[in-house]
Design a protein around this ligand. Structure first.
Ligand code: ATP
Length: 293
């Protein structure tokens, strides 16, 4: 399958901060890929490398067979960054015309607005739109030039459920017509609603690149925490660490783990069970450390 965007061992530093650490990733034609990761994982940095807003400190980035630095290449993509500022005095229809004018091919205005549930707002000034409507418009504009590949950085931030659904419908329609999308999110639920492939990023590295189902199994992990001096080997523990005298055990079956813990007779106190955060689940599982005392 044709690769539309690719990084090879891409590293990006901001001063002392290593935002991306040797990331190699292919985005193939027709894919809808979700980039999932906690705050500061490096998602926006990766998108910025792909769309030519930043250059890698080392490594290579390719876009549509060319370089992201080339404005002609960039005409083949659509982008909605995390923060968007649209001119307040323009009307919705006017901003669509303005953006479309930059592209050789364009989606018909009425159709573009309908796809994102914005038809009724065509004559409204942008300054009079709600935050959610502005966000939806900013996302719709990424599709205006009939792009081959669209990058959406947290497209549904600040949207209510209905607006989020309207936006998802627009993205799905583009994908069903063969379009390729890379979108970032903090939420697996969002990626699950849209994507088939999930790339999990944490601390600048790709931690997993798999189907939504496979990633969901890992994210479904629970964290069982307790205070104990010594613990025997317990079944079903897929990762563990010790912190300030507490032991954190990761498992997909916390009920069984607790039963086995009690059966083992090992003294413990302060038992707590909670869902693991994405970062905990992935970093603990992928680290080789084990903290069986
Ligand atoms: N312009 C910058 N100058 C300095 N550090 C930066 C800059 N941009 C990003 N960083 C740092 O690089 C790391 C990765 O940031 P990035 O914005 O790519 O993460 P993210 O996964 O998109 O996070 P979020 O989900 O919060 O948007 C973070 O530690 C961030 O503080």
């Amino acid at each position: 399958m044709t690769v539309l965007a690719r990084t090879i061992e891409a590293t990006r530093r901001y001063g002392d901060v290593l935002a991306l650490d040797r990331v190699s990733l292919d985005i193939r034609a027709g894919e809808l890929v979700g980039l999932l990761g906690p705050n500061g994982a490096g998602k926006s940095t990766l998108i910025n490398l792909f769309v030519g807003l930043r250059r890698p400190t080392s490594g290579t980035v390719e876009l549509l067979g060319g370089s992201p630095g080339d404005p002609v290449t960039r005409r083949g993509i659509g982008v909605t960054p995390q923060e968007t500022g649209l001119p307040e005095s323009l009307r919705v229809g006017e901003i669509v015309d303005f953006i479309s004018a930059h592209f050789p091919k364009k989606v018909e205005k009425g159709e573009l607005l309908a796809r994102f549930g914005l038809s009724d707002l065509i004559k409204r000034q942008i300054g009079g739109l709600s935050g959610g409507q502005k966000r939806r418009l900013a996302v719709a504009l990424a599709f205006a030039g009939e792009p081959k590949l669209v990058f959406l950085d947290e497209p549904t931030t600040g949207l209510d459920v209905e607006a989020r659904r309207a936006l998802w419908d627009g993205v799905r329609a583009f994908h069903e017509d063969g379009g390729t999308v890379l979108l970032t999110s903090h939420y697996l639920e969002e990626i699950e609603a849209l994507a088939e492939r999930v790339v999990v990023v944490g601390r600048g590295r790709v931690l997993a690149d798999d189907t939504v189902r496979a990633v969901r199994d890992i994210v479904g992990v629970r964290r069982v925490s307790l205070s104990a001096a010594d613990l025997p080997d317990l079944p079903g523990v897929i990762g563990s660490e010790r912190e300030d005298g507490r032991v954190h055990l990761l498992t997909t079956d916390p009920d069984r783990l607790v039963v086995e813990l009690v059966r083992s007779g090992a003294p413990f106190s302060g038992l707590e069970i909670r869902p693991s955060t994405l970062e905990e689940a992935f970093l603990t599982i992928t680290s080789k450390e084990s903290a069986h005392a």
